[in-house]
Design a protein around this ligand. Structure first.
Ligand code: GCO
Ligand code: MN
Ligand code: MN
Ligand code: MN
Length: 382
């Protein structure tokens, strides 16, 4: 039980396993794990896929022939260990050139370089078989709004994504882009702070059908929001192309905790939604081991993410099969009769109807009981 299998589609970023525990106050505590060894480690813990930024694999200053050799060796490692590359992304935040952002920077050369770097990262992703391309604009933000007209970055971002969609069509890569929001870190404020902001932006693009979102639990929590609601809205809009699972306490630094380790109840509802909805995409963990850990601890971390997901998945099945819970749930979600579609006559009859407000408001809704039953189920005494 709780054994990860390929059909669960559990993936990890190269950067998550490679994380050396560096933070703004302290240096690395773990050795570098080369990408091919990470592939072996992922196989060992039972994962299905590995995702990467261009520079997680290929150093930013590699020559074309160095690059080709690295890519060949990595492909061989993936084949050997049966690990796939479902998603690729681009690092537009680490190099000093991106200190003022990438697609939204004031300097046109920086913007053009960001496009070039992303196109090359798309070439790499396509070569590795990825079908999803994530764009996380971590540096697309400000510390001071003195720097530019506030509406300008949104225009620049749209221009960049439209350009990349054309490149995708031109090269016949068939990528779907998944845009990842975050409210802050590393910038004081990031322009696209929430998944909801991206859901408003996507319809303004030239190829909205090619573009969806990559909600991250921690990022919504950093913004003080309910991650499930963001994910559900994205799903309902047909835009849930990818997901970053981890955990995070609101009001803190970017914690990237092991999945479901900080807010297990919220993560129960999230797993239940992913499973019930029929979401078919990867279950990607964008988190890293505590700074206290050695390599064995990194494996504990990775196994823990998947195991917690599978435990919550089993809890969701129990919840769906629990007679008492289902009885309450169906009572509080009555089938509606008749259509709520607008018609002239229907509107007239609605305007003329009388409602007994007091009688309706008097009904208790049993949410307390339902929540307590849920908690007892989660605690394992049900
Ligand atoms: C973060 C982000 C990143 C992105 C990654 C993919 O908080 O640092 O979540 O991990 O997901 O760069 O583009
Ligand atoms: Mn993150
Ligand atoms: Mn992070
Ligand atoms: Mn992320």
């Amino acid at each position: 039980a709780y054994q990860p299998r390929p059909e669960h589609k559990f993936s990890f970023g190269l950067w998550t396993i490679a994380n050396r525990g560096r933070d703004p106050f302290g240096d690395a505590v773990r050795p570098t794990i080369p990408p091919n060894d990470i592939v072996a480690l992922l196989r060992e813990v039972g994962a299905w896929g590995v995702n990467l930024h261009d520079n997680d694999l290929v150093p930013i200053d590699a020559t074309p022939s160095e690059r080709d050799k690295i890519v060949r060796d990595f492909q061989a490692a993936c084949r050997q260990h049966g690990i796939v590359v479902p998603m690729a992304t681009v690092n537009l935040f680490f190099d000093p050139i991106f200190k003022d952002g990438a697609f939204t920077a004031n300097d046109a050369d920086v913007r053009a370089y960001a496009l070039q770097k992303t196109m090359r990262a798309m070439d790499l992703g396509a070569e590795l078989g990825a079908k999803l391309f994530v764009l996380w604009g971590g540096r697309e933000g400000t510390e001071t709004d003195a720097c530019r007209r506030p509406e300008e970055p949104f225009k620049r971002l749209r221009e960049a994504i439209d350009y990349l969609c054309e490149y995708n069509l031109d090269k016949k890569y068939g990528f779907k882009f998944a845009l990842e929001a975050k409210p802050n870190e590393p910038r004081g404020d990031i322009y696209m702070p929430t998944t909801g902001a991206y859901l408003g932006f996507i319809p303004t693009l030239a190829h909205p059908e090619m573009v969806g979102v990559n909600p991250e639990v921690a990022h919504e929590h950093m913004a003080g929001l309910n991650a499930l609601h963001a994910v559900a809205q994205a799903w309902e809009a047909g835009k849930l192309f990818h997901i970053d699972l981890n955990d995070q306490n609101p009001g803190r630094y970017d914690q990237d905790f092991r999945f479901a380790s900080a807010t297990p109840k919220s993560m129960f509802w999230l797993v239940k939604f992913l499973e019930d909805s029929g979401y078919q995409g990867p279950r990607h963990f964008d988190a890293h081991a505590y700074r206290t850990e050695d390599i064995a601890g990194v494996k504990d971390f990775a196994r823990g993410c998947m195991r917690s997901y599978l435990i919550l998945k089993e809890k969701a099945q129990r919840w769906n099969a629990d007679k008492e819970i289902q009885q309450i749930f169906s009572e509080i979600n009555p089938q509606t009769t008749g259509s709520s579609k607008y018609s002239h006559d229907g509107a007239l009859s609605l305007l003329n109807r009388t409602y007994d407000r007091a009688a309706i408001a008097k009904r208790g809704l049993q949410y307390e009981r339902l929540d307590q039953l849920t908690m007892e189920l989660l605690w394992g005494i049900r």
